[in-house]
Design a protein around this ligand. Structure first.
Ligand code: SF4
Length: 360
């Protein structure tokens, strides 16, 4: 694998993440009466303000239900970006992590984008700061820069392409067909998976998702022995050893589709537990099992559950809507630059969809 560790500071990055999470406040559990009250107020305010809620599959099921019940949307980051751009709301409330709010703002500059919290970030975004990433790109001018959506607006603005996990392999295959070599950032597991799948010449940044990094091949092997008939569905941010044991590797949306279509009744899932809400709705006949996490080198404090996604709560959402606070701003010059690789992905995705429909 053609891996370049841009910083010998991955351990330091993880230490920053751990320190941050240790200090972060845990959301208080709400009673069902409190939940109903918050939901009613949020729905009323969204109607008054022509706002739509866009939520990621990893957020609290309560928020996913609220998004769907109020005419908003639940999906992966590509679908969230597309919905936010295409809907006619004046305000988008993005329940997810900060880069999702930034992507929504870049693609919809005329909409006001609010988030329940601006503290919700991502270990991949943290571990790929622009002041380290830009010189890395400058040192490899012969490579096409492809970055994962889980990056800051500044990193996106430095890229040729932005991709989500649902489309990353297709984009790199497309680039490879044109004889291009790729510089990939930031997730090293996803990068290695794309490299292995496509055979492309890739130089990889060295960062990881703290949630998916926790899935362990040894534990999964033991679990497969307990459930020999089960299908294993894994997100490509998981380590290579886990992916090698998987029957299917794909994005959150692709995992949901796979759970519905695989013949096995038991399904072991290696991604954030938030996805189980949608899985239970769409694959009710399947026995869903969380893939094993952690071990002696565990770094998460809520394994298989993203702590930043967990910061999206009903009280925080209500407060943001009431005061139109936690607004996402992206400097215009940066937004214009970041829009180019983001729009390139959306155009590519539309062309792919047309091709697929043409084949159907
Ligand atoms: S689950 Fe991982 S990749 Fe997704 S937001 Fe959380 S830390 Fe980032």
């Amino acid at each position: 694998m053609n891996t370049k560790a841009p910083s010998e500071s991955l351990a330091a990055d993880l230490a920053v993440v751990r320190q941050y999470l240790d200090q972060a406040e845990q959301p208080r559990a709400l009673s069902s009466t409190e939940q109903s009250d918050y939901k009613r107020q949020i729905v009323e305010l969204m109607a008054q303000k022509n706002a739509k809620l866009v939520a990621h599959y990893y957020t609290d099921p309560v928020l996913q239900e609220l998004a769907e019940a109020s005419g908003g949307f639940v999906g992966d980051s590509l679908e969230m970006a597309r919905f936010g751009k295409e809907c006619d709301a004046g305000i988008l409330v993005v329940a997810g992590v900060r880069f999702m709010g930034e992507s929504a703002k870049i693609l919809s500059p005329d909409k006001k984008v609010l988030m329940p919290t601006l503290e919700a970030t991502c270990s991949l975004d943290i571990a790929c700061p622009i002041d380290e990433f830009a010189p890395f790109c400058d040192a490899h001018p012969e490579r096409t820069v492809v970055v994962y959506a889980n990056t800051s607006a500044a990193v996106k603005a430095r890229a040729d392409w932005v991709v989500t996990s649902s489309i990353a392999v297709d984009v790199v295959e497309h680039l490879m067909a044109q004889g291009e070599k790729v510089l990939w950032a930031p997730d090293r597991h996803l990068g290695a998976y794309i490299e292995k799948t496509t055979g492309a010449d890739m130089l990889l940044w060295d960062a990881a998702c703290i949630v998916h990094e926790e899935f362990k091949a040894r534990g999964l092997r033991d679990m497969k022995a307990m459930y020999p008939e089960a299908a294993v569905l894994a997100h490509p941010e998981s380590p290579a050893g886990v992916l090698e044991l998987a029957d299917f590797v794909g994005s959150t949306t692709q995992i949901i589709k796979a759970a519905q279509t695989v013949p096995q009744k038991q399904v072991i899932v290696a991604t954030d537990q938030g996805i189980f809400h949608k899985l239970r709705q769409l694959a009710p006949d399947k026995e869903l099992i969380v893939a094993p996490t952690a071990g002696n080198d565990a770094t998460c404090r809520s394994c298989a559950s993203c702590p930043w996604m967990g910061m999206n709560t009903l009280p925080a959402m209500l407060e943001s809507l009431q005061h139109e606070s936690n607004e996402i701003h992206v400097a215009e010059e940066l937004a214009v630059k970041a829009m180019v690789p983001l729009q390139r992905m959306l155009n590519f995705a539309s062309e792919q969809r047309l091709k697929v429909q043409g084949k159907a």
